[in-house]
Design a protein. Sequence first.
Length: 174
Amino acid sequence: MNRKSLAHRRPGRRAAVAAGLVLAVGLGVSTQMPAQASVHAPAKTSAAAIQSVSGTPGRAVTRVADFYGAYIDAKGDYTDPDVTLARALRNHYLTPDFAKRLAAWEKRNGADGVLRAQNVPARWTVTDNGAVGHAHEVIVTLTFGSGETTQKTKLFVLVERYNHISDIGTRSTR
């Protein structure tokens, strides 16, 4: 017997096997689609891969983080820094008295008083340091440079109770 004769002798069985194969392949594909569609990330995720930023209105640490993030973005575009935005952020976040003292510091030191530097940091972190009298102190750590040549500057930012920055220094007021 050759293949041709087997096919002719059992057409029902061949059709059933073919239908079963099509059904199995079809079901396999349809059950795999939702599983494949729902898997977008690798099974193992690292802390560096997942980033989250949160804040709460009225909290000093959130306010300072918002200010420094926006200020660094405005100043950080080396080809076209947004001087107008940086000035507006300072007007919005700093107390008028501190803004005057900061301008005097900048004139004496030839550097940006908010960053305490002539350039813009590559990274920054903002950490709550607790209440100080009727104000709140927040620590801002600025990292300048990259790779093995980095320098960190720690700033202590004092936020008055109406959420305006009233001082930036290199020493804690505690």
